[in-house]
Design a protein around this ligand. Structure first.
Ligand code: CTP
Ligand code: CA
Length: 218
């Protein structure tokens, strides 16, 4: 059933949100990943939908329930996400909440690695920085919203990412701040733009809607 079109500040806008972790397989049974639950990205997608946007959520392997009202596509690795992102490059707004692996194994063995040795080294190489690529190819009027997960120098590091990746906004998260972190239902986000900076604390759902209201609300 096609949902009745919501009238809001984002009606008619195409929004792409990415959520969750990536997996970089070492062999058929093992991978490198991170504890991202996808909760913040799902909350951002739902908040954008509530403001009237036409939303697509690109998500990694997550167990979190995604509301049926959100259109989705799934990815496993950073390379998969990069391909999906290129297909959605025309979006008016991109919200990059996904926790993308910075590195992937140089080679992936087709068979399970056996434990018949005392040590095993896995050589890793850099993944493409998808958000930087989007920043380099940003189209006129497109709004790019990145996330930053830091364990130290939160504001300084996040600001540097805002500039370096040619973003409009960055949502800075700290692993050490109260009530924040990967799988938590709550978060503290410092929303940093080129002209203003605000702090939001509360449930991921509340924060997501406040952030989008702040940026796009009339
Ligand atoms: N990101 C991305 N592609 C990558 C790595 C990160 O698109 N290969 C995006 C994330 O989705 C996030 C933003 O870049 O929106 C910042 O991610 P973060 O890990 O905080 O920063 P990095 O630029 O990867 O730098 P570092 O991990 O070294 O702090
Ligand atoms: Ca990173």
């Amino acid at each position: 059933i096609k949902e009745h079109r919501i009238q809001g500040p984002l009606t008619g806008k195409k929004v792409v949100v990415t959520a969750g972790p990536t997996r970089e397989y070492i062999d058929p049974v093992r991978f490198i990943s991170n504890p991202s639950s996808g909760k913040m990205g799902i909350a951002m997608a739902d908040a954008a939908r509530a403001l009237g946007a036409d939303v697509t959520l690109l998500h990694g392997p997550i167990t979190e329930k995604i509301p049926d009202r959100i259109q989705t596509k799934s990815f496993i690795s950073a390379d998969d996400l990069f391909e999906l992102m290129k297909d959605h490059q025309d979006a008016d707004i991109v919200i990059k909440s996904a926790a993308v692996s910075d590195f992937k194994p140089v080679t992936r063995s087709n068979q399970k690695e056996k434990k018949d040795r005392a040590k095993l080294s896995v050589e890793l190489e850099r993944n493409p920085d998808i958000l930087s690529w989007l920043g380099e190819h940003k189209k006129k009027g497109q709004v790019l919203i990145g996330f930053a997960m830091e364990t130290e120098n939160l504001m300084e590091n996040a600001r540097a990412k805002l500039e370096k990746k040619n973003l409009d906004w960055i949502c800075a998260n700290s692993l050490s701040e109260k009530g924040s972190g990967f799988a938590s239902d709550t978060n503290t986000i410092h929303l940093i733009g080129h002209e203003r900076q605000l702090e939001f604390t509360g449930s991921k759902k509340e924060i997501a809607s406040q952030i989008l209201q702040e940026i796009f609300g009339s």
